[in-house]
Each structure stands twice: as C-alpha cells, then as structure tokens.
Design a protein around this ligand. Structure first.
Ligand code: ZN
Length: 190
C-alpha cells in the first residue's frame, strides 16, 4: 500500500546487524492495528530513508513481527539551506507498507546485485523470481493484493525473507555464504 500525503517524520531506530538472533528468527504475524503500529511504521520509514535503503523489515530494528516498508523511488540529497547549513532532502518519496505479506504467486527468474542494511558492505548477485503476486494488509488491517516485477519484486522478496529469518547471504553459494558469515562474525567481535 502506498502511503498518501506522506510526511517524513519520526525517530531514527538502531539497525540490527548480522549475526543477531532476531535476524534468523521467524517473525510473528501482526495482530494489533492501531496507533502504535502507525508510529512504528513512521519510525521505520524515517530510519530507512536516512540509512539510506530501499527496504526495511521489522526484524532489522529488533521487532520480530511480519511487517516491512519499501520505497524504490526516492532521491536523497544534501543541500545548503538559506543559513548556509547542510540539510538532507528527500524528493519523490513513495513509501509502501506491507503487513502480514504472503507471496501467493511467483514466476520467472532474475538476478540483481543486492545489499542489506543489516549486512553492511556486502553486495552480491542473488537469484529471485521475476514476477510475484503478494497478498498483504495495510495499516488499518484491510487486505490487498499486488503484482510486482522488476526492482519492486526483488525488494519484496528480500524483505519477505527477513520475516522468515533469512538474510540475503543465505541465498548465495555455500562458499560465499560461509565466507561472509565468518567475516561478519569477526567484524562484530571487534
Ligand atoms: Zn535486508
């Protein structure tokens, strides 16, 4: 669901990095629709835009619930304001929110170089379905379906994986997977 009349506000939440148990847990369905959920989504979008990233799933900010936000469209730039101060500006924002998503149809294959805010510095080609059909709820609990292709399809599959406790490096060859796992564990230990 696209959020209409979106106004960028909220709190920047800390992003959990791999390895952390919350990133490998299967998230629970969202059952409460109301102000706390809306506030959480506002903060997740704020966090995603400032990171910057094109998607953020609830487990990445430590909440093991089936929810993610996406914006594959916006531009982030730093501009100098009238007082000569550098400020961050976001244009063409088109935030989308998916609550309790289920991928109900998938076809074709595509590859794309993916990255993840929870796996900083790693960019690798991942094989995904080209086109998907997704059933999900909006912030009021109403059900919707969407057909997605291109980057939106890839992004939804990446974020949906987070809800199943799958970080994108799990989708790589065993060799690469083990390499990055060891690297991330070492970096975190430092
Ligand atoms: Zn990710």
């Amino acid at each position: 669901m696209k959020i209409e009349n979106y106004e960028l506000k909220g709190t920047k939440l800390p992003i959990i990095t791999y390895p952390d148990p919350v990133l490998t847990a299967v998230a629970q369905p969202v059952t409460e629709f109301g102000e706390p959920l809306k506030k959480l989504v506002e903060d997740m979008l704020f966090t995603m835009y400032h990171a910057p990233g094109i998607g953020l799933a609830a487990p990445q900010i430590g909440k093991s619930i089936r929810l993610f936000v996406i914006d594959i469209n916006y531009e982030k730039e730093t501009v100098t304001n009238a007082e000569g101060k550098a400020v961050t500006k976001f244009t063409d924002t088109q935030p989308m929110v998916f609550v309790n998503p289920i991928i109900t149809g998938k076809s074709g294959t595509t590859t794309y170089e993916e990255g993840c805010l929870s796996v900083p510095g790693v960019y690798e080609e991942v094989k995904r379905f080209e086109t998907i059909n997704v059933k999900y709820q909006d912030l009021d609990g109403n059900e919707h379906t969407i057909d997605a292709d291109d980057l939106l399809s890839i992004c939804i599959q990446h974020e949906n994986d987070h809800l199943d406790g799958i970080v994108f490096i799990e989708r790589l060859s065993n060799l690469k997977k083990n390499f990055y796992k060891k690297k991330m564990i070492k970096e975190k230990a430092r």
